[in-house]
Design a protein around this ligand. Structure first.
Ligand code: EPZ
Length: 432
């Protein structure tokens, strides 16, 4: 078992290079299933989620070549197996991204239903609604989604993908990947506009697809008979960048973020400026971030893009535990995504859950202790809290963090943090 051990200290200072986006790379990798040619992705983050998806792609006939720690080349060499096994899918819900490409390209897919997780039930009804609209016959069979395309091809159609929480990133990606090979024209209304969806659409067009309205909630796709190879650089991870920006400000530091797309972080910059942060003008994708004064309390709500991202909700709350006053953070995407509040309370934070909002009253100091990562963003948030806590914080279940933050402790150490990874025997049990 591994822990991250953080000792509270001084301000973070120096430069940190932002890795490629996990949530950008995963749909691009899935999209390579649609190609009859060779695809190459660069600036791919070196994360366990990426490794898991590459393993899954290999099982369904994709030859995956690692050209280095951050570059992957693929070619589909067999279409014999179109089953995504539970054992692999249960590790990562983004495996659902195989459904659309497999049923569109091969006419058949059997993909395990992804489980829920602590941040919510994570339904896939919008994914299935969209694929059914394109003519896929879908049934649930012993925990698997079985999708078939009558006569081997999907049919273009119009579909509204907005759900009770607004648009869905995953459903938009899945249905978009299916529509590009469907016969005729499709219109996806209520599409997600996240940068990762934009990049997927650009990649599909580079492969020969015809997608219009990229970046808007209305995507118009004219199906094509086949797609070729393409090469694409994965965009910088906006959530990783936001995490390090918050770490810089909450420690009173002064950090240069390298390879960052500030245009993907509008709502985050706006919220952090209200806290007292200062961002420099980007110079060749380098941005300086600091917070010279005391942390001001804020009120914000997580929303679909371009609103404040839910994945930066827990790091924001970790910081606000030290702000001068009372903050309120409302969670509109995953109303139950607050497991980290109990862990922060263990560190002395004055936080409470009011419905789908957290109310945070700033305190003078946090105290280091043992805490559990409950999801990858909450794990990162607890490390950030440990950076400003008195004494030592030991983060358990570090595997969550390894899913989404490349070289997390090395990057923080490079900024002056006192953090290391300890390997302990499996028998270690946190005191009750
Ligand atoms: C993506 O998940 C991200 N994951 C999540 O990041 C992120 O939190 C989420 O988008 C929201 O931005 C990847 O990109 C791999 P959604 P996704 O479909 O696609 C509801 C991280 O930390 N919904 O946009 O699964 C859903 O319950 C992860 O990197 C339905 O109701 O999210 C949620 O309330 C965590 N029916 C809302 O929509 C559906 O069929 C948004 O979910 C699908 C979703």
């Amino acid at each position: 078992m591994e822990h991250l051990v953080v000792t509270g200290g001084g301000p973070l200072e120096g430069s940190v290079r932002i890795s490629g986006s996990k949530n950008g790379a995963l749909p691009l990798l899935a999209a390579t299933l649609l190609s009859d040619g060779r695809c190459t992705l660069t600036n791919v983050p070196n994360l366990t989620d990426i490794g898991n998806l590459c393993e899954l792609l290999s099982e369904v006939g994709v030859s995956v070549d690692r050209l280095g720690p951050h570059a992957i080349s693929t070619r589909v060499t067999s279409e014999a197996n179109s089953v995504a096994r539970y054992e692999l899918v249960s590790r990562m819900r983004a495996s659902i991204y195989l459904l659309g490409p497999l049923v569109a390209k091969r006419g058949f897919a059997r993909v395990s239903l992804p489980g829920g997780c602590v941040i919510g039930l994570r339904p896939v009804d919008l994914h299935l609604k969209g694929l059914r609209a394109l003519g896929a016959e879908i049934e649930l069979d012993h925990g698997y989604i079985v999708a078939k395309a009558p006569k081997g091809r999907l049919q273009g159609n119009r579909v509204f993908l907005g759900g009770p929480m607004g648009s869905s990133v995953g459903a938009t990606c899945n249905v978009l990947m299916a529509a590009v090979l469907a016969d005729g024209k499709s219109v996806i209304e209520g599409a997600a506009c996240e940068p990762e969806v934009v990049e997927l659409a650009n990649f599909l067009n580079a492969m020969g697809a015809t997608i219009e309205g990229i970046g808007t909630p209305r995507l118009v796709i004219t199906g094509v008979p086949s797609l070729g190879g393409a090469r694409q650089r994965v965009i910088p991870d906006r959530i990783e960048a936001g995490t390090y920006a918050i770490a810089a400000g909450m420690t009173g530091g002064d950090v240069r973020l390298e390879d960052v797309r500030l245009d993907h972080l509008g709502a985050v910059v706006d919220t952090l400026e209200k806290v007292g942060f200062e961002f420099s003008e980007p110079e060749e994708d380098v941005v300086r971030v600091r917070c010279p004064g005391p942390l001001q309390p804020v009120r914000t709500t997580t929303l679909t893009y371009p609103g404040y991202p839910t994945d930066l909700q827990s790091p924001l709350i970790a910081m606000l535990t030290k702000a001068d006053g009372i903050s309120v953070v409302s969670e509109k995407i995953y109303p139950d995504r607050f497991m980290h509040l109990a862990e922060l309370q263990r560190m002395g934070a004055d936080v409470m859950k009011e419905g789908s909002s957290a109310v945070i009253r700033g305190v003078e100091r946090l105290k280091g202790t043992d805490v559990d990562a409950t999801d990858l963003r909450a794990g990162a948030a607890l490390v950030l809290a440990g950076l400003v806590a008195e004494g030592t914080t030991r983060l358990h279940k570090v595997y969550h963090v390894d899913r989404g933050y490349e070289d997390f402790e090395a990057k923080l150490t490079g900024l002056g943090a006192n953090i290391h990874r300890e390997i302990v025997s499996a028998s270690y049990k946190r005191a009750a």
